[in-house]
Design a protein around this ligand. Structure first.
Ligand code: ATP
Length: 369
C-alpha cells in the first residue's frame, strides 16, 4: 500500500507555469480525481507522479521516500492513457500476460491471473484474438486490465474513459471502482468531467491554471466550495452565480444584481455578505434545487417576484428559468407546476445561499451543513 505526497510542486515549461505550488496528500488505497478544465495542468501533474517529467521545484514522495531518488523498477506505477497503450500486434492473452512475464511469475500463476483479469474485463471470449482487432471499448478494457494485472503500487489513469461511448463509460466507471476496491490500490484519475470525478473518487483535487482550488471529499466540495471557481465547476445543473453591489446598513443589506433584480438579504445570506462590508461588490451563489416556488419554507428565505421564462426537461427533472428584470435564475421545478409565462413569487433558501468576494472569488462566511 502506497501513499503519495506532492510537496509544493511547481512545473515550468520555459517561461510558462503549468503547475504552481501544488501540495496534495494522497493516503494509501484512496481514489483521488484530478479535476479541471483543459490545460489546467492535470496531465503534467500525472507525468510528474509517473516520473516522466521532473518537477521544477518541490518533491513527490511515495510513502515518504522521494521519487527522484527511487529506481524506476521500484516505483511500480501503472499508467493508462486516453489512447489505449496496448500492443496491437499481440494477442489479448499476451497483452495481459506481458507484465507478469517480465516479473518472471510462474506459468500457472500467469495463466490464473490472466483468466481472472480477462473475466473481470469481459475479454475471456477473445483471449486469442489480436488486440488490434478489438473494438474501441474492448481495447480500453484491455489497456486497464493490462496495467491492473501487475497490481501496481500506484495506478494512474489519464482520461481513460473519454473515448468510450456514454453507456459503456458508465459501465466502466463502476468496473474501475470495483477493481480499486478489490486491489486496494492508490488510484489517481485525471478527468475534466465533474460527474465522473464526483461518482468515482474518495477525494477530488480541483485545479485551475495550475493552481489547486480545493481538495476534499466530493460531497464536501459540492456543499462547501471554497471559491467561486469550484462553485461554478462542480455540480449539475450548474449553480446560479450572480454578481451585484451590496447596499444598505448591516442588518438591512441588499444585493442589487447587475441584471437589475434586488435580493433583500436575510439569515445566513445576510450574515455572510456582511463580512464584505457595505457598498462592496459581491457574488451570490445558489444551486437550482434551493430555489422554490409555492409556500415559503423558512422565515429567512428570500422572496423574489419573477416570470417563468422557459421550462426544460432534463431526464427526470424539470428546470425552470425564472426571469427577474434582466436577471435569470435557474431553478428545479420539483412539483411540476410551473408554466412558461406564469408570474410567480419564488424563494431563495437563505441557509443554502453562498457569498463570494467579488474581487478574489473567495468564499465569505462559514460552512454550510
Ligand atoms: P488536457 O485535459 O487538455 O490534457 P491538462 O489539464 O492535462 O489538459 P496539461 O496537459 O498538463 O493540461 O498542460 C498544462 C499546460 O502546460 C498547457 O497549457 C500545455 O500547453 C502546457 N504544456 C504541457 N506540456 C508542455 C510542454 N512539454 N511544453 C510546453 N508546454 C507544455
Amino acid at each position: 500500500m502506497t501513499s503519495v505526497q506532492i510537496n509544493n510542486v511547481t512545473k515550468r515549461f520555459g517561461e510558462f507555469l503549468a503547475v504552481k505550488n501544488l501540495t496534495l496528500d494522497i493516503p494509501q488505497g484512496e481514489f483521488v480525481a484530478l479535476l479541471g478544465p483543459s490545460g489546467c495542468g492535470k496531465t503534467t501533474t500525472m507525468n510528474m507522479i509517473a516520473g516522466l517529467e521532473e518537477p521544477s521545484e518541490g518533491t513527490i514522495s511515495f510513502n515518504g521516500s522521494d521519487l527522484s531518488r527511487m529506481r524506476l523498477q521500484d516505483r511500480n506505477i501503472g499508467f493508462v492513457f486516453q489512447n489505449y497503450a496496448i500492443f496491437t500486434h499481440l494477442s489479448v492473452y499476451k497483452n495481459l500476460s506481458y507484465g507478469l512475464e517480465v516479473r518472471r511469475l510462474a506459468r500457472p500463476e500467469i495463466d490464473r491471473k490472466v483468466q481472472v483479469m480477462a473475466k473481470r474485463m469481459g475479454l475471456l471470449h477473445c483471449l486469442d484474438d489480436a488486440a488490434g482487432r478489438l473494438s474501441v471499448n474492448e481495447m480500453q478494457k484491455l489497456a486497464i486490465g493490462r496495467s491492473a494485472i501487475v497490481e501496481p503500487r500506484v495506478f494512474l489513469l489519464d482520461e481513460p474513459l473519454s473515448n468510450l461511448d456514454a453507456s459503456f463509460r458508465a459501465y466502466m466507471r463502476a468496473e474501475l471502482k470495483v477493481l480499486q476496491r478489490e486491489f486496494g490500490q492508490t488510484m489517481i484519475y485525471v478527468t475534466h468531467d465533474q460527474i465522473e470525478a464526483m461518482s468515482l473518487a474518495d477525494k477530488i483535487a480541483i485545479i485551475d491554471k495550475g493552481r489547486l482550488m480545493q481538495y476534499g471529499a466530493p460531497l464536501d466540495v459540492y456543499n462547501n466550495p471554497h471559491n467561486r471557481f469550484v462553485a461554478n465547476f462542480v455540480g449539475s445543473p450548474r449553480m446560479n452565480l450572480l454578481d451585484g453591489s451590496l447596499t444598505g446598513e448591516s442588518g438591512h443589506l441588499k444585493l442589487l444584481l447587475d441584471g437589475g433584480a434586488e435580493i433583500v438579504l436575510s439569515g445566513r445570506a445576510a450574515a455572510d455578505f456582511a463580512q464584505a462590508g457595505p457598498t462592496q461588490r459581491g457574488s451570490y451563489g445558489i444551486r437550482p434545487q434551493h430555489i422554490y416556488a409555492g409556500e415559503r419554507r423558512a422565515a429567512d428565505d428570500m422572496e423574489m417576484m419573477g416570470r417563468v421564462e422557459e421550462i426544460e426537461r432534463v431526464g427526470p427533472i424539470r428546470l425552470a428559468y425564472l426571469q427577474v428584470d434582466q436577471t435569470r435564475f435557474l431553478s428545479v421545478d420539483e412539483q411540476d407546476r410551473l408554466r412558461p409565462g406564469d408570474e410567480i413569487a419564488f424563494y431563495l433558501t437563505a441557509e443554502k445561499s453562498l457569498a463570494f468576494d467579488h474581487a478574489t472569488g473567495a468564499r465569505l462566511g462559514g460552512r454550510l451543513q
